[in-house]
Design a protein around this ligand. Structure first.
Ligand SMILES: [Zn+2]
Length: 195
């Protein structure tokens, strides 16, 4: 019991105090652990497992966007999901293929409460991943198409872009793109990355 307690204390102090300092030479900074300025982790485990490290520019963008979102849509908070580990480029953050350089950040969608129909800052899954928006009748069934092409890992997080969501929401902005079948499904969150 005493050993477990000691481990927890050492682990938490290292994570909170030491790792951010060691990450600096790698050009990475942690995103906030406790919610600030309408941005926070969807699950604090993301921070405790050191999966919340990004380039300073990406942190700035996330924080500024959260402030602007809340200004435009009062009450709206941004929940972030996985970013990168604090060290070493090209060291991937399982199960994400590309989260290996501090330039990638996953964000939760904003949801409507199924009971009230009102917007909520809660997410339907405890980790933010795995509850996907399925295609509606008549929409392109991307998960099925990728499965037929042999990309078994596509639906890994739920057996994890939302080609059909982009069409459904009428999004024409060219920076919102489909990631391809080789990645896991992204119709449960949005992936943001620096060029
Ligand atoms: Zn991602």
């Amino acid at each position: 019991m005493a050993h477990s307690l000691l481990f927890i204390v050492v682990y938490l102090s290292t994570t909170v105090l030491l790792v951010p300092l060691l990450a600096r030479p790698f050009g990475r900074v942690p995103l906030v652990i406790s919610r600030q300025h309408h941005l926070g982790p969807q699950n604090v485990l993301t921070c405790l497992l050191n999966r919340n490290y990004v380039r300073p520019r990406l942190k700035e963008i996330a924080e500024q966007t959260a402030i602007e979102m809340n200004r435009e849509f009062p009450g709206t908070e941004i929940n972030y999901l996985d970013a990168s580990f604090p060290f070493i480029d090209k060291f991937p953050l399982f199960p994400h293929l590309s989260h290996n350089d501090g330039k990638k950040l996953d964000l939760s969608f904003c949801y409507l409460d199924s009971k009230t129909g009102l917007s909520t800052n809660n997410t339907p899954s405890f980790c933010g991943y795995g509850i996907c928006e399925e295609p509606r009748p008549g929409e392109r069934d991307q998960p099925c198409l990728c499965g037929q092409q042999g990309y078994w890992e596509y639906s890994l997080m739920r057996r994890i872009v939302p080609q059909h969501l982009k069409a459904r929401l009428g999004l024409n902005y060219d920076k919102i793109r489909y990631h391809g079948c080789h990645a896991v499904r992204h119709d449960d969150h949005i992936h943001v990355q620096l060029q």
